[in-house]
Design a protein around this ligand. Structure first.
Ligand SMILES: [Fe+2]
Ligand SMILES: [Zn+2]
Length: 452
């Protein structure tokens, strides 16, 4: 089977985009010749997040980027920065984000932030209890217990894995689903009445709404941090599951006068949570066709990778963003699903660093100490990305602009390359089989020679 190489991406989010080489990357390259002033030597970001550090909340500050990005980035700050005042940390991080984000991206992020601000100051929520996390009223008891026990066994007790990499479990209370459906309906009514422009959740869905846009961002952050990350740490560690730190939360709507089906694609996420909220419907099955790296995204599926899942309200499906999937037509009724694309900043930092990676081949002067320093920082930052990025998005390294050290690091991590890609694993097995067969025939040949 061949797939169209589509990647479902949000049209614009307050968060940073994943390190996707987008169509406009050629334009970006030409914009990226500006030499940036890099932080000084002792202000380098860490290679890995400091997991023991509890970041501050930036919710109450007026910032150009999502407060959750600041909280996430704080874990990457150099040790000397951790003790300073929150304002100073915010300023430092803001400078990094502003300098290393391409100008177009920066404007987009800024515009989206204003859009969100406008909604939040005008929209009157229907059910305020949805806007802060109340685990006992949101989740079913079995799910709560598994999460609080927090062991692989406790997760396995409630989760089934009907196909490799696809995990399903009972999650949401019927009452929570009802309230959320009513809230979404209320929001859409308000949008229509106020003649407000609604931003759709991604490039593929024509209906639905971004929950983060009307105030649910904090609650969904909590959902990711306290409930999805523990599961992802166990089941998706190799794609950054243990460092999930930002999200894109939305609902999609299928049925009459809504989207009918959804084409074959991969998500712009490390890990995707998909929960059916209701209502009455038939059809709309999710079809899965195996996880693939960028290089193999259009390869065929093995029979064991072909899996169809029928949605049940309240029941969640958890899978890697790179697990290829689509949705069959919802043939009657109305189906609404909650989606949470969970991401790891470790990968997102790539887009910030794209600037720096390009530096050595822009108007670059190695005799200039700033350039040399920037180059150095690019090196360090990129190495930290290789671990996460190389596994999930090797195409990001297509360019001749990549400094030598990246190739060196790539080689080092290549042995782990895409352990989760079905096609990489198949190729590896095939190579092993061939080499065993060759050795065997060589041995037989020698044996024949010696007995002749
Ligand atoms: Fe998807
Ligand atoms: Zn592969």
């Amino acid at each position: 089977m061949s797939s169209s190489n589509r990647r479902e991406t949000p049209p614009a989010t307050g968060d940073l985009k994943n390190g996707v080489v987008s169509e406009d990357s050629s334009q970006r390259q030409s914009q990226l010749v500006t030499v940036v002033v890099a932080p000084s030597q002792n202000q380098r970001l860490r290679l890995n997040p400091n997991k023991d550090h509890k970041p501050e909340s930036y919710e109450d500050l007026q910032l150009d980027f999502s407060p959750s990005i600041f909280s996430s980035l704080e874990r990457y700050l150099p040790p000397t920065m951790l003790g300073v005042k929150r304002d100073e940390k915010a300023k430092f991080m803001r400078e990094i984000l502003l300098k290393y984000l391409p100008h177009g991206e920066r404007t987009r992020v800024q515009r989206h932030r204003e859009y969100r601000q406008k909604i939040i100051s005008n929209y009157q929520p229907l059910h305020r209890e949805l806007y802060t996390m109340h685990p006992t009223t949101f989740f079913v008891p079995s799910f709560l217990k598994a999460i609080s026990d927090n062991t692989e066994q406790s997760f396995r007790n409630i989760i089934s894995e009907p196909s490799p990499g696809v995990f399903t479990f009972e999650m949401l209370q019927p009452r929570f689903c009802e309230l959320l459906l009513a809230e979404v309906e209320n929001f859409e009514k308000w949008v229509n009445e106020a003649k407000f422009r609604i931003m759709r959740p991604n490039t593929m869905n024509k209906y639905g709404a971004v929950l983060d846009d009307f105030g649910l961002e904090t609650m969904l952050d909590k959902l990711m941090e306290s409930f999805i990350r523990p599961l992802s740490k166990v089941f998706f560690a190799e794609v950054g599951g243990s460092t999930l730190d930002s999200h894109h939360g939305f609902v999609v709507e299928y049925g009459k006068d809504r989207d009918v089906d959804l084409g074959f694609h991969v998500d712009d996420s490390e890990v995707t949570l998909n929960v059916c909220l209701g209502k009455q419907f038939s059809g709309g099955e999710l079809f899965f066709r195996g996880t693939r790296c960028e290089k193999h995204v259009n390869t065929g599926s093995q029979s064991e990778e072909i899996f169809d899942y029928a949605h049940v309200p309240g029941r969640a499906v958890l899978h890697r963003g790179r697990h290829r999937h689509g949705a069959r037509a919802t043939t009657s009724g109305h189906r609404i699903n909650l989606l949470l694309w969970c991401r790891s900043l470790r990968l997102d930092v790539y887009s910030i660093n794209q600037n720096l990676i390009m530096l050595p081949f822009g108007k670059h002067d190695f005799t200039c100490p700033w350039d040399a320093l920037a180059y150095n920082v690019a090196d360090i930052l990129c190495i930290s990305l290789v671990i996460g990025i190389w596994n999930s998005n090797p195409i990001a390294f297509w360019s001749p602009f990549v400094p030598y050290s990246i190739f060196r690091e790539m080689k080092r991590y290549q042995k782990d390359f895409s352990t989760w890609c079905g096609e990489c694993s198949r190729e590896k097995k095939e190579r092993q089989r061939l080499s065993i067969a060759t050795t065997r025939s060589e041995l037989l040949r020698r044996e024949g020679e010696s007995t002749a």
